[in-house]
Design a protein around this ligand. Structure first.
Ligand SMILES: C[S@@+](CC[C@H](N)C(=O)[O-])C[C@H]1O[C@@H](n2cnc3c(N)ncnc32)[C@H](O)[C@@H]1O
Length: 219
C-alpha cells in the first residue's frame, strides 16, 4: 500500500532535479541543453555505427529513453519505422513535439524509473543511468525490461569502474558488467571515441544486450 506514494514522491523529486538542470542550463550553454555529450559533432563519431547496428536487428519500434533535446538523433529516428522519445522534463518533451514530431516519431514525458513505458523492440538508454542513484538504476533496468523489448543498448564504460553511488542528477561513469549490475559480455559494443578530456573517458561505449540475458535482478 505504501509503495505507490513512495514511487510517486521519488518520480516527482527526479523530475524536479532534471527540470532544474534543464531550466538553468546546468549542463552548459552549448549547442544542446542535454550537455556536451549530445552535440552533433560528438554523435558523428558513433551515429553511423549505431544506425547500422540498429538496422541489423530488425527493429520496428525504437524507444529512446531518455531522448533529451533530440539534437543528434534525427538520422537514427529516420532509420526505423517507429521512434518514441521519452524524457522526464515536460518542457523538453513539449519542445521536441513542436520541433521534431512526425508521423513515425512520438515524444512522451515519463520517468524511466517509476512510470510504465511503451512497448518496443529495442531500448536505447544513452547517458542516463550515469546520472542516477544505484538503487534507481536497478529499478530503471527492471522497468526498461517491462517494455517487452528484445534488446537494450546502453551506455557503459569498459575499464574497471567502482560504480559508486551518487545523488540524483550527479554523474559518474558506470561499468554495467561490474557489481551491482553484473551484466554478461555485450553482444556488440560501439566505441563513442571520447578521446577529449585527456582520454580519461576513452572507454565509453554503447553496449548491446538481450534483456533475456541480463541477471534477474536487473530485468
Ligand atoms: C545527458 S542527457 C542525454 C540525452 C540523450 N540520451 C542523448 O544521448 O543526447 C540525460 C537526459 O536524461 C533525462 N532524464 C534523467 N532522468 C530521467 C528519468 N528518470 N526518466 C526519464 N528521463 C530522465 C534528463 O532530463 C536529460 O534530458
Amino acid at each position: 500500500m505504501l509503495k505507490f506514494p513512495m514511487l510517486w514522491r521519488k518520480g516527482r523529486e527526479m523530475r524536479r532535479v532534471f527540470s532544474d538542470i534543464h531550466r538553468t542550463r546546468g549542463w552548459g550553454e552549448g549547442e544542446s541543453v542535454s550537455g556536451p555529450g549530445s552535440t552533433r559533432e560528438r554523435a558523428a563519431s558513433f551515429l553511423p555505427e549505431l544506425v547500422a547496428l540498429v538496422g541489423s536487428l530488425e527493429v520496428h519500434t525504437l524507444l529512446d529513453v531518455p531522448c533529451g533535446d533530440f539534437n543528434w538523433a534525427g538520422p537514427l529516428a529516420d532509420s526505423v519505422p517507429r521512434y518514441i522519445g521519452v524524457d522526464i522534463v515536460p518542457g523538453l518533451v513539449e519542445a521536441n513535439r513542436r520541433r521534431h514530431a512526425a508521423p513515425s516519431r512520438r515524444f512522451l514525458c515519463r520517468d524511466l524509473v517509476t512510470q510504465r513505458l511503451p512497448q518496443a523492440d529495442l531500448v536505447l538508454c544513452r547517458d542516463a543511468l550515469v546520472h542516477l542513484r544505484l538503487e534507481d538504476i536497478v529499478a530503471a533496468l527492471d522497468n526498461l525490461g517491462r517494455t517487452g523489448a528484445t534488446y537494450l543498448l546502453a551506455t557503459t564504460f569498459v575499464e574497471e569502474r567502482p560504480n559508486e553511488d551518487i545523488d540524483t542528477g550527479g554523474w559518474r561513469p558506470l561499468n554495467l558488467q561490474r557489481p551491482p549490475f553484473g551484466f554478461p559480455a555485450p553482444l556488440a559494443l560501439i566505441d563513442e571515441r571520447c578521446h577529449h578530456t585527456g582520454g580519461v573517458y576513452a572507454d565509453k561505449r554503447l553496449g548491446l544486450w538481450r534483456f533475456s540475458d541480463l541477471p534477474r535482478r536487473a530485468r
